[in-house]
Design a protein around this ligand. Structure first.
Ligand SMILES: [Cu+2]
Length: 118
């Protein structure tokens, strides 16, 4: 049984390069961590205000992925949290404030993601 973890992220300005983008049609969009990839898939997701992102850790090769938002110029407006997502767990967050939300995994260098809320 999967455990659902509530997530809080911070809207920030991105300083990293990403590839590819997905525009979401549904109210819940899945960001997957596949086995052995150490990557969020997709790395960039665009959703509308009120949409929910569900992160799923499907990676049995790592004990956990710990991710957090990247501090940016708007950090005073939102909380920053570190999320530990173990294998088989999921985390969800509903985005009600438009902006760009960037995050990364503490453990794996280069494991980054971006949520664009329009
Ligand atoms: Cu990771």
């Amino acid at each position: 049984m999967k455990k659902v973890i509530s997530v809080g992220l911070s809207a920030i300005v991105c300083l990293m390069m990403f590839t590819g983008a997905v525009v979401a049609d549904d109210s819940v969009t899945i960001v997957d961590i596949k086995s052995g990839t150490n990557r969020f898939s997709p790395e960039i997701v665009s959703i509308v205000k009120g949409g929910t992102i569900r992160w799923e850790n499907n990676d049995p090769q790592q004990p956990s992925h710990d991710f957090t938002s990247i501090p940016g110029p708007n950090r005073e407006s939102k909380e920053l949290k570190v999320i530990e997502l173990r294998t088989g767990e999921i985390a969800e967050h509903t985005f009600n404030i438009p902006g760009v939300y960037d995050y990364f995994c503490y453990i794996h260098k280069g494991m980054v993601g971006r949520i664009i809320v329009e």
